[in-house]
Design a protein around this ligand. Structure first.
Ligand code: ZN
Length: 203
């Protein structure tokens, strides 16, 4: 029988951090894209999800996700209290196409846990806000790249030759547009102003 005595039974995020440490501890800190790939794999998220599905995904990872009206300059924030975690996202910011804020807040929580474990990823000169933005972009690109083979397969199965070409073209156009959307979504001004506003509550 496996006894879960390390305190991670009710703390999936801490469990994830420990697993990442185990896999990459020897070449610490891992590159941001390595962490993003690990996270997307663990989180099991797709590129397009509804709010309800986002809530379910977060709940499965021990995080309560709420959407509330927030002042326009605040996109979201996160809180940790013992094993209780919460992410609050501005309800007007989020759309089925926008997982950016969610990934950003998760990255901040991950860094919090890595710090608690004595293995921070971001050094004293680094900026958590900037790194969380980069992580969010990388996660969205990673989720999209996981969808593309499925779309290509669908295009491959289209019977009519011209419709098949059209489908391939649409996948390429759509993929490129999505890539740009991932990169351009965050505005640097927002990053800077958010850095002044963000509050991190922890115990
Ligand atoms: Zn932030």
């Amino acid at each position: 029988m496996n006894l879960l005595t390390d305190g991670t039974a009710n703390n999936p995020i801490l469990r994830f951090c420990l697993d990442v440490l185990e896999r990459h501890g020897e070449s610490w800190p891992p590159a941001e894209d390595v962490l993003a790939r690990e996270f997307v794999e663990w989180f099991g998220c797709r590129a397009f999800v509804s709010k309800e599905h986002m809530r379910e995904l977060c709940e499965a990872k021990g995080v309560k996700l709420t959407f509330v009206p927030l002042p326009s300059e605040i996109r979201g924030f996160n809180c940790s209290f013992g094993n209780q975690r919460e992410i609050v996202v501005c309800e007007t910011q989020i759309s089925p196409f926008d997982l950016h804020t969610l990934f950003h807040e998760f990255r901040e929580m991950l860094e919090h846990d890595f710090r608690e474990l004595g293995r921070p990823i971001i050094g004293p000169k680094g900026s958590l806000e900037v790194q969380a933005e980069q992580f969010a972009i990388l996660c969205r690109m990673e989720t999209a790249s996981r969808e593309i083979p499925g779309f290509l397969e669908m295009a491959q199965n289209v019977q009519n030759k011209w419709m098949r070409y059209l489908s391939f073209g649409l996948v390429i156009v759509f993929g490129t547009a999505y890539l740009f959307h991932c990169i351009l979504t965050p505005q640097m001004e927002e990053v800077l102003s958010e850095a002044r506003r963000q509050r991190y509550v922890s115990t």
